[in-house]
Design a protein around this ligand. Sequence first.
Ligand code: SAM
Length: 508
Amino acid sequence: MTAGALPGPVDTLALRRALDATGPIGATHRQLASVLSASEDEVQAALERWERAGAVQRLGRGLWILRAYGTLLDREDFVEPATYTERFEHENGVAIGRYQGPITFRSNETVPVHRWWPYVQGFSAEFVRGALGDADAGPGTTVLDPFAGSGTTLVEARRAGAHALGVELLEPAVLAARVKTRFELDPRGLRERAEATLRASRHGPRAPLPFLRETRRQFAPAALDELLRLRAALPVGRTGVSEALRLAFGRILIPSSRLHRSPCLGYRRTGPGEGRSPRDRFAEAVATMAGDLEALRSEAERWGPTAEVERADARRLSVRPGSVDVAITSPPYVNGLDYVMNYKLDLAWLAMARSYADLRRLRSLEVACDNLPRAETRAYAEVGSAPDPWLPEILARVRENVARKATYRRDDMHAIVHRYFADLRTVLAGVLRALRPGGRFVLVVGDSLLAGTYVPGDLILARLGADLGFEIVGVEVARTRRSGQRRSFELRESVVSLRRPARGRAAA
Ligand SMILES: C[S@@+](CC[C@H](N)C(=O)[O-])C[C@H]1O[C@@H](n2cnc3c(N)ncnc32)[C@H](O)[C@@H]1O
């Protein structure tokens, strides 16, 4: 309970009513306490009593619901995944298949080069190699990733001999993609410069504290002191070596802190894990990079031309029309992660953002998530104008469910989802223009559950593609995952393959 508040005792009848009003979405004990002006501790205790009696249940993220709302599938207004699958197969004439093989970034964590900057949101190098092979991408071909992230597609495309083009907004990810595709970087020069940096950091000045309010809470004092000295000693300028050292520094921030990403940024329950010093971590990160660069040299004659990584908005692609042979990407998911929030340490420490206003500006450019400034969703409040015929019904349901629950974080969730699909439609249209006739666009994307409503993001993206003039080559389910809102609900991640027809319609 918050000290100093004036909460009254909990009226259990009112509590039950308040919980009932939140329906299948549920509420946290804090939200309920605030609605009832009751003590958080008492509300929590009442909920736990009811849980033992089987009257309520706990969902993910601390949400509680009445047991009666526990089974989404029993609700009359809930449209389940299987219904959309059938509709998709019927309306779009494509049967949903299965993709075999690793798809998530986790399998990259020990793979040379990819391991330089672990990106939870990335996909697997093995998956990209398969997609490049299927599309015969090699010397003389061009490969595009409009949401390049940490550059998984670009690294593999260049290794296969192709010309790799990447577009990405988040600057730490742009840095990772640039450094990881610079295969010709001299490992000896990198080691020497890292040693000089470490030496200079020992007795040198400290960099100013980054602007983040919680910096002193995020790091133990000794780790913070070392990081500030290391930061001040990093070489400046945009040379290959200085950018590689900045990446190595960014890579050690979270492991040196009291935070973790799993996948969202949060405080660890216990203190900093193994207690290694930031300097040791930095030296180790550079040694890994240098070793991988040496090993890469054996395949130098196969490398494609220098990769191009542009810090830009995927909704405004400036790639020459008809110049791309294959595009491979994984866009943000519907109401997925807030990338800016999750990478705020890298942004602040590497001076890629200098204030909270900078973070907000960056967030409004990223494909919509639920931390988007309100002004960015206003134009999407109307559900009837959504870009796919399935959407008005889905968006209306999100709006109704949110309206029933006065405590929901935002009342414009339907507009966020609407904007997400509008954004993705623009990107699909841009990629269609960039592809040569017959060129493929392969997307790894997930479905979502939000505000008690199922959103088949993968199928809707395939449909948006078809509406723009792509052929749907296939939709294959690659893995299942748990919903953050309701742990018992199974979501999926799919590979959506589209093709620009050999002689097709022009992009809308
Ligand atoms: C799922 S991640 C891609 C990960 C990548 N496949 C990899 O392996 O590292 C999606 C990326 O889209 C980026 N993004 C979001 N909105 C964007 C926009 N409007 N333009 C360009 N990139 C954007 C995010 O910053 C994030 O890095």
